[in-house]
Design a protein around this ligand. Structure first.
Ligand code: NZQ
Ligand code: ZN
Length: 395
């Protein structure tokens, strides 16, 4: 497939790099809006270290704290209001994907007069793709989303229970300061959910992409294999800086566009999960751990060869004397066993979700992304009935 690749984010990677925040920010403005989540960065001292670095470089700051997991559009509106009132000229995100995503949309909302939800309303009424935004600097404290070096953001609307996304060139962070030491305080469960998110970013393209992309295949497999190996270690020992570093790097390369270049990736598993986390506020990576194996079993019916490739190359499943479907299913079982071994849920019942709203989740998934027939794009595309079938098998 012909393609263009563009990612202008400057990546500053390595232990101790947080100390460069001030000098880097000085290149983009004089007053920053620092966006943070529910308090982890204040408890572990990262916020104070960031402020010290800014002060040393003569940068003033205002704050937008309390961005919630599965960030809401109300937090975005609040942040944009503060940035305007305080005349901030650069946005600094210090936190997980939720904080980084909110920061990107705040940066666009500051320069947009309409309802900020319009900036997020992908495929829906009044959808507007932002074309300008204040400069954003990301400082991730959790390895998961890859938001630190991509132009996407996912925001929820608490009133309508729709979780939607934006992708726009103006939202690429100017700089990502990625210091894996900042992730050593992430608890075991969030570490495991992050590993699942990283792997799923890669499997989406691996399962929905076009044929004939051998370099992208091997690249994707390398990321998955390393996320499994070092993810296990990071969950077992949060202070293992080598493991934290490899997982953080995997998070970046899984969704900064390299693996997706030219494959025509579709994100069906993400779209189904977003409907779940919008209604139940579950952690994104935990939702993916439940949906992805169910989705893989569903598509194995039509593409056993692709799932068999996953099984042999990722988990070394032996093929002698077996048909492709058997190999495929053994690979999916091995993946599910890995997810369980690091503490991820793999059934909806484990996170308290029953079948009551299955039709609604299917509606919500195709509200945000759909093809000309109204199906969720992928290989194969999923009808609403197919989505319900995937969900039923995950009960
Ligand atoms: O809020 P605080 O107190 O900071 O605590 C957070 C939160 O409770 C905690 N945490 C983060 N860093 C920590 C830490 N705790 C201790 N020590 C640290 N160093 O972890 C919890 C989860 O944080 P959150 O930011 O919600 O997690 P994650 O990074 O998984 O982000 C999830 C959000 O990103 C979206 C998801 O849908 C979800 O809304 N996504 C964004 C993407 C993108 N922009 O490209 C792609 C993804 O597929 C995903 O959809
Ligand atoms: Zn994800």
């Amino acid at each position: 497939m012909n393609f263009e690749f563009y990612n202008p984010t400057r990546l500053v990677f390595g232990a101790g790099k947080l100390s460069q925040l001030g000098e880097i920010t000085a290149q983009y403005g004089k007053k920053a809006l620092i966006v943070t989540g529910g308090g982890s960065v204040k408890k572990n001292g990262v916020f104070d270290r960031a402020v010290t670095s800014l002060k040393t470089a003569g940068i003033d700051y205002a704050e937008c704290s309390g961005v919630e997991p599965n960030p809401r559009i109300t937090s975005v509106a609040r942040g944009a209001e503060t940035a305007r009132a305080e005349k901030c000229d650069v946005i600094i995100a210090i936190g997980g994907g939720s904080t980084m995503d909110a920061s990107k949309v705040i940066a666009a909302a500051v320069l947009y007069d309409g309802n900020p939800w319009n900036l997020i309303a992908h495929g829906q009424e009044n959808w507007v793709i932002p074309t300008q935004a204040l400069p954003v600097i990301t400082v991730p404290t959790l390895a998961a989303t890859g938001s630190e070096m991509n132009c996407g953001a996912v925001i929820s609307n608490d009133e309508t229970k729709v979780k939607s996304f934006v992708q726009a060139e103006c939202l690429y962070p100017k700089v990502a300061i990625v210091d894996p030491e900042l992730t050593t305080t992430v608890p075991k469960d969030q570490t495991a959910y992050g590993v699942c998110d990283i792997i799923t970013h890669v499997t989406e393209g691996y399962f929905t992409g076009i044929d004939g992309t051998p370099i992208q295949d091997r690249w994707a497999e390398g990321i998955i294999i390393n996320a499994i190996e070092y993810g296990r270690k990071a969950v077992a020992d949060g202070q293992d800086i080598e493991a934290r570093t490899q997982v953080q790097w995997a998070s970046i390369v899984a969704l900064n566009g390299w693996v997706q270049a030219g494959v025509n990736m579709m994100p069906p598993v993400h779209m189904i999960e977003h409907a779940l986390s919008a209604h139940h506020n579950i952690t994104h990576g935990a939702g993916l751990a439940i949906i992805n194996p169910a989705y893989m079993r569903f598509i194995a019916r039509t593409r056993p060869e692709r799932l068999a490739q996953f099984a042999t190359r990722i988990f070394g499943i032996l093929t002698a004397g077996k048909d492709e479907m058997t190999v495929a299913m053994e690979g999916i079982d091995a993946y599910e066993a890995f997810l369980k071994s690091i503490g991820c849920p793999t059934r909806l019942s484990e996170v308290g979700i029953d079948d009551e709203l299955f039709e609604q989740y299917a509606e919500d998934a195709v509200l945000v992304v759909r093809d000309a027939e109204g199906n969720l794009p992928g290989r194969p595309a999923l009808s609403k009935d197919d989505i319900v079938a995937v969900l039923k098998s995950a009960l």
